[in-house]
Design a binder for this molecule. Sequence first.
Ligand code: ATP
Ligand code: MG
Length: 466
Amino acid sequence: MITKFIKRILRRDPMVKHTQANNTGAPKRIPKKSHRIDPHLLSKNAVKVTHTLQQAGYEAFIVGGAVRDLALGISPKDFDVATNATPDQVQRLFRKARLIGRRFQIVHVTFFGKGHPEIIEVSTFRALLDNAGDHVAESGRILRDNVWGSQGEDAARRDFTINAMYYDPSSETVLDYHGGMADMQKKTLRMIGDPAKRYREDPVRMLRAVRFAAKTGFELDAATRAPIAKLGTLLNDVPSARLFDEILKLLMSGYSWKAIQGLKDAGLHHGLLPLLDHILDKGEDSKGANNFVKLALANTDDRIQSGKSVSAGFLFATLLWPDLLKNWKANSAKGMANIPALHDAMDDTIATQSSGMTIQRRFESDMREIWSMQPRFERRVGRYPFRLIESPRFRAGYDFMLLRCATGELNSAIGQWWTDFIAADPTGQEELMASVKNESGNNTSPAKRRRRRKPKSAAPPESAAS
Ligand code: ATP
Ligand code: MG
C-alpha cells in the first residue's frame, strides 16, 4: 500500500516539476485599488459574456491585450474572454455564437448594437505542451495545440507578462501569474519563460515584441531582446499569410513609423517588405521615398489614433509606391508608352513584394486601382474628370494623389484643382476645366487628341518624369 503510494508520488514528480518550471503556480490577486482599471472602459458585451459563463458555473475572465490596455488606461479595441468551459459548452450559452478554426478552436459571440456588430472572442484555457510528441516541429515551432488546460497553463502559454493577466469584471480583480502588473509599472516588455525557446516555438512573437514596444512605449527586457538578433531568420519559415496579418497589425497599430524603426533596430525588416529594406538600409539614398512613406505612415497613425478607419489596400499602395515609381520610370526610359509602362511596373512591384510576403488579393486589387488612377488625375479636361470622379475607389485615389502633392512629387496645384473641382457646381467645374486648357503644356482635350496622329505622351506623367 505504502509502496504503491510512493510510486504514485514518484510518477507525479515530473509533472510537478514541469508545472513549477513554467511558473503555473498561484497567481497574484490584484484588487481594484491597486490596478485602477476603469470599469467604464469595459465592453458591456464582454462583461455580459463573462457573467453568462459565470452564472452557468464556469470560470470566465477578460484576458490578454484588453487587460493590458485597460491597465494602461486605454480603451481596448477588442475584447477576448478566457474560460474553463469548452467551445461546445460556450456555444450552447449564446444565441449568436460560432465555432471558429480547427487548430485553435475558439468561439465568436456576436452582439448587434447601434454601430458595428461586436465580436467577443471566447477561448478555452489551453494546456502547455512539452517539447516531445508531434506538436512541435524540429525547429521548435508549435504546430498543433488544441489541448485544454488550467488557467495557470493558459497564462504560461501567452507571450508577454503584460499580456497574461486575467480580469474578472464581477469582483474587479486581476489575476496576475507572471508579474505583468509589476512589469507595467517598470514599463518593461518581458517574455514569459525562456525567450529563445518561445521565439523558436513561434517566431511571430519577435514581431509582436516590436509592435507592443512601439505601442506601449515600453522597453524590451534585455533577456527578451537578446535572442532576436540570432533568431530573426526563423521568420522565413512562417507562412506568408500569418506574416501578412502580423505586419498589417503592426502597420495599423497607430504607431507604425515607430514600429518600423523598431523592426530595423531589431534587424527584422529584411524580406518583409522590399520597401523596408530599401528605406531602412539605404537611408539617405532614398530620402524621397523615405519622406513619402513617412508621411503616409504618419497620416495612418493619426487616423488610427483618432479612431478613423484605414484601408489596408491604401496603406500598402503607399508603402510600395516608391518602388513602383522607380519601375515606372525605368520602363519609360526604355521607351514604353506611359500607361503600359505603369501597368508593367505594377506587375513587377507586386511580384517583387510577393517573393517576400504576399499581400492578400483583395488588397492587391485595391492597390492596383489606386495606382492606375494616378495618371488620370493629370487629365483635367473633357469628360475625363467626370469619369474619374465616378470611379468606385475615387476617394482613395484622390487621398493618395494628395499625399503625392504633400511630398512635392506632384505639383500641388493639381491637388488643389481636384479639391476645388469636387466642391464646385457644374459652372464652377467648367471654369476649372477651362483654366486647365489655358495652362500651357497641359493635357489636351479628347477632341484635340483625336486630331493628333501620334499619342502625345510617351513619357510618364510629371510625377514619374521628375
Ligand atoms: P492587440 O491590441 O493587437 O489586439 P493583443 O495582445 O490582444 O493585442 P492578440 O493577437 O489579440 O493581441 O492576442 C490576444 C492574446 O493572446 C495576447 O494578449 C496574448 O496573451 C495571446 N497571444 C496572441 N498571440 C500569441 C502568440 N503568438 N504567442 C503567445 N501568446 C499569444
Ligand atoms: Mg487583441
